[in-house]
Write a protein that binds this ligand. Structure first.
Ligand code: ADP
Ligand code: MG
Length: 399
C-alpha cells in the first residue's frame, strides 16, 4: 500500500483549521514549524507542531522517513502523555500534506533560552530541574522508551517554571534486548557509543544509556553555563566526546565550594559523563545520589535534641569559616582588577552577563552550538567563533 492510499486527504487539515486559529511562530525544525494557536470555541491557547510531508527540498526517502518517525512520535506521545513532566498531546490531525500535533502551550519557552538569560543556574535550581528530568527519563526507560534528543531546547517551561520534556521525534520503544545503530541526535549531546557505532560496523549497538549521557551534558551546562564538549571544529568536538575529554577547569567550577563539589555537583556529573555505557549511572542510580537527596523534605517541623545539637555545631563551624575567609580576602585593588578582571567572580558575572545580553541571540545559530564561545576568555577567539557561525568574518580576515 502506498502512502497516498493510507492518508486521508485534506479532511484532517480542514478539521484542524475549523477548530483552531493558528498564530505566531514559536519554533522551527527541519520539517516542522511550531505555532501558538487558539481553540476557537474556548479561546484557550495551545501550541501546534505542523509537520510538512510535501516539502520539495526533501527526497521521497526522506519524506517517507518523516512520515514513519512522526507516526512513531505520535504513538509514543500518546503512551507517555499525562506524566507531570512530559508535554501533553491534546489533539492530532493528519492530511496528505501535513500533520498537526496540538500541545499545551509552554509560555516560558525553552530551558535553553532561560539559561541564556541567566548565564548559569544555582545548584538548587539545577537540582530541581535535573531531578524532574531524570524522573522523566526513569519513567521513559521503565517503558523501554529511549528519547535520543535530550537537550535544553527540548525541555520547555510552563508558567510556574515546571519543566516538560518535548520533541519525541527521535524516540523509540525498544524490543527486549534490542540495540540501536542509527546515528541520530544533536552533536554536543551525542553519547560516545553512538559515535563509535557509526564508525565501526562490528559495534554491538547502543541503548537507553545514551539518554543519561545527555543528562550529564545538560547538567554540566546548567551549572557552568558552557557545554562540556565544544570545539570550533566539529570533528575535534566529536573526538573529545569519544575520549570523554572534559574538565572542571573553568572559573565557574572553581567557584563552587569543595564541600559542594565533593558532596553533590562534580561527583554526580562524573557518574553520568562516563564513556563506557555499562559504567554510567542509570536514572534510578542518579536519583538515589546524595545530590538529589537534599531538600527532599520540604519542612522539618520537629527538631530532636540531636538535630538541634548538630545544627548548632554546623552553624558555629560555618561562622568560623566565613570569618576566616573574610580575613583572608585580599582587597580589590586597581592592579588586581587590570591584571585579570575575569578571575574576580563579581566582575566575571558582569562580563558574562553583558556578553549574553549582547550576543545571546547568536548562541543558537547553526547546528554547532557556540554558547561556549561566549565564555572564551579571548576577544579574538570569541569574535572568530561568532564570525564563523554567522558567516560575517572569514578566517583570513581574522589572521
Ligand atoms: P523539532 O522536532 O523541529 O525540534 P520541537 O517539538 O522540538 O520540534 O519544537 C521546536 C521548538 O518549538 C521548540 O524547541 C520550542 O521552542 C517550540 N515549542 C515546541 N512545543 C512547544 C510548546 N508546547 N509550547 C511552546 N513552545 C513550543
Ligand atoms: Mg526540538
Amino acid at each position: 500500500m502506498t502512502r497516498e492510499d493510507e492518508m486521508p486527504d485534506w479532511e484532517g487539515a480542514q478539521e484542524f483549521y475549523a477548530k483552531y486559529d493558528p498564530k505566531d511562530v514559536l519554533g522551527r525544525g527541519v520539517s516542522s514549524i511550531v505555532r501558538r494557536c487558539i481553540e476557537r470555541k474556548t479561546e484557550i491557547e495551545y501550541a501546534v507542531k505542523i509537520i510538512d510531508i510535501t516539502s520539495e527540498h526533501l527526497t521521497p526517502e526522506e519524506l517517507e522517513e518523516i512520515c514513519t518517525s512522526t507516526a512513531q512520535e505520535i504513538s509514543i506521545l500518546k503512551q507517555v502523555s499525562g506524566h507531570q513532566h512530559i508535554i501533553s498531546l491534546n489533539d492530532c490531525y493528519e492530511s496528505s500534506s501535513f500533520y498537526f500535533l496540538v500541545f499545551d502551550l509552554m509560555k516560558r519557552g525553552e530551558l535553553f533560552d532561560y539559561l541564556t538569560e541567566k548565564v548559569t543556574l544555582s545548584e538548587k535550581e539545577a537540582r530541581s530541574i535535573m531531578r524532574a528530568l531524570l524522573e522523566v527519563v526513569q519513567f521513559l526507560h521503565s517503558k523501554n522508551i529511549v528519547h535520543r534528543d535530550l537537550k535544553p531546547e527540548n525541555v520547555l517551561l510552563d508558567d510556574d517554571m515546571n519543566i516538560k520534556l518535548s520533541d519525541f521525534g527521535f524516540s523509540l520503544q525498544l524490543g527486549p534486548g534490542k540495540k540501536l545503530k542509527e546515528l541520530c541526535g544533536t552533536p554536543g549531546y551525542l553519547a560516545p557509543e553512538i559515535l563509535l557505532c557509526s564508525m565501526d560496523e562490528t559495534h554491538p549497538g547502543y541503548s537507553k544509556e545514551v539518554d543519561l549521557w545527555s543528562c550529564g551534558v545538560i547538567m554540566y551546562t546548567l551549572l557552568s553555563g558552557s557545554p562540556p564538549f565544544w570545539h570550533r571544529k566539529q570533528m575535534l568536538m566529536l573526538r573529545m566526546i569519544m575520549d570523554g575529554n572534559y574538565n572542571f577547569d573553568s572559573p565557574e567550577w572553581q567557584d563552587r565550594s569543595e564541600t559542594v563539589k565533593d558532596l553533590v555537583g562534580i561527583s554526580e556529573i562524573s557518574h553520568l559523563l562516563v564513556v563506557k555505557p555499562e559504567n554510567r549511572f542509570t536514572a534510578d542510580q542518579a536519583l538515589a545520589h546524595p545530590f538529589f537527596q537534599q531538600y527532599v523534605v520540604e519542612e522539618v517541623r520537629h527538631f530532636s535534641p540531636f538535630r538541634k545539637f548538630k545544627t548548632i555545631i554546623w552553624t558555629v563551624l560555618a561562622s568560623v569559616r566565613i570569618y576566616y575567609k573574610y580575613r583572608r580576602a585580599k582587597p580589590l585593588t586597581k592592579q588586581v582588577l587590570i591584571r585579570d578582571p575575569y578571575a574576580i567572580k563579581g566582575i566575571r558575572k558582569v562580563i558574562d552577563g553583558c556578553a549574553f545580553k549582547v550576543y545571546g541571540h547568536w548562541v543558537k545559530k547553526g547546528l554547532q552550538q557556540n554558547r561556549a564561545a561566549l565564555f572564551e576568555n579571548s576577544p579574538k577567539a570569541f569574535l572568530f567563533s561568532l564570525g564563523n557561525e554567522c558567516g560575517y568574518v572569514s578566517e583570513q580576515r581574522m589572521e
